[in-house]
Each structure stands twice: as structure tokens, then as C-alpha cells.
Design a protein around this ligand. Sequence first.
Ligand code: SAH
Length: 223
Amino acid sequence: MNLEGIGMTSRRTRERLVSRLLEKGIANVSVLEVFLNTPRHLFVDEALAHKAYEDTALPIGHGQTISQPYIVARMTELLLSHGTPEKVLEIGTGSGFQTAVLAQLVPEVWSVERIRPLQQKAQKLFSVLELTNIYLRFADGGFGWEEAAPFDGIITTCAPESVPDSLLQQLNPEGGRLVIPVGETEQSLYLIIRNGDNFQREKVEGVKFVPLLNGTINKDIGE
Ligand code: SAH
């Protein structure tokens, strides 16, 4: 596997993406550095590799998408803006790109995915990239990951109609942070900070995510 990339997947191309992220307001240097070092082209189909460092979402099969780099960077920055969380939960592993970004910035990433073939593909990449601080679960992430809670940070990469109570309950009561898109056709990204029984909610910006769906899909049912 070509980790470094050549041509449209080379370091030069990645540097251009990082400049775009800077222009768009991403200021966390550690986050930008991780974007420079993470081979996003491995997280998409080979036929789309030449588009991997454009700032756009791309299809990853099963009706799902790898999120736009800007939004991955923004959500990561929001999660990290008050110090590094020890333990982070992600709902929606998908391609695994957001997971891989987080794994280079925080000690532990726990990630739940409801589509088995996507999870398996991501798992292989994590071992190729030698990311050993990622714990995966095949389940409906709408219920979080109770056995592993509490989490200092939770990030949801699919949009529920309203914030699931289980995610709020699994936040660390001392400043746990939840970054989550909410809504159907009109979606907004929220940052929710927990202090005891108080949940402070801040609307960040308008976004477009695939929906959070119920249940699990175990087999490859085609595209
Ligand atoms: N972070 C991923 C985003 C993939 S799209 C990436 O950048 O590649 C969102 C993912 O959320 C999809 O893989 C979808 O299957 C998953 N998803 C949707 N509802 C879910 C649920 N209830 N539990 C777990 N994963 C879910």
C-alpha cells in the first residue's frame, strides 16, 4: 500500500489541502499537522484517490460518505479546544478517516459503526497505519457504548433528529464535550458541554451529514 502517495496523492497535494483548511479558519496546529500526515487517499476507493485531497465529501459505498476534510478538522478542533480529552467515543466509523485523525491526537478512540463491511475495511487500515489505540464495536451507536463510558469527548459523524439521551449520559460529568450534527433536511452542528447535570449547548454552524439510522447491517448487501 502506498502510504506516501504520488502525483495527486503526494505530500504537495496534502499541503494544498492544509492551506485550504487554514484559509477556512482551522487554527489548531496539531490538527493541521495530522492532516498533513494522514493518507486520506487510502480511505476512499482507488478510483477516487485523485480526489482525496480536495475539500469535499466522497462516496464510500453503502450509501455513506467520507466527511469533508474541513468538517473533520472543525469537529476535531472543537473537541480539543479545552485540552486533550483522554477518551473519545465516535459514532459512525465509516471509512475510518475521522477515527484515524483522532487516534493521532488523543490517547484512546472508541468507535461504533452499524454497517459491518465498512467497519471491517476501516479496521484493516488501522492496522496498516499501526494505529493501536482504536477500539471498534459493531452496533447501533445511537445507544453510545455504555460499558466503556464515561467519555471526555463524543463525536457523532451521522445526524440524529435530536440528541440521543444516552450520549449525554455517557459524557464525563466534569466538562465532557459532545460534538454532534442534529436535524433532518436542515442540520446544525452543536457543541454540548456537560458539567454535572448542566448541559450547555452551543450552535456552531450549518452542516450536511448522512442520517443516524437504527439497527445494524451485517452483510454486504451491495451498493
Ligand atoms: N467519520 C466517517 C463518516 C462516515 S458517514 C468518515 O469520515 O468516513 C457516517 C457513518 O455513520 C456511516 O458509516 C453510517 O453507517 C454510520 N452510522 C449511521 N447511523 C449509525 C448508528 N446508529 N450507529 C453507528 N453508526 C452509524
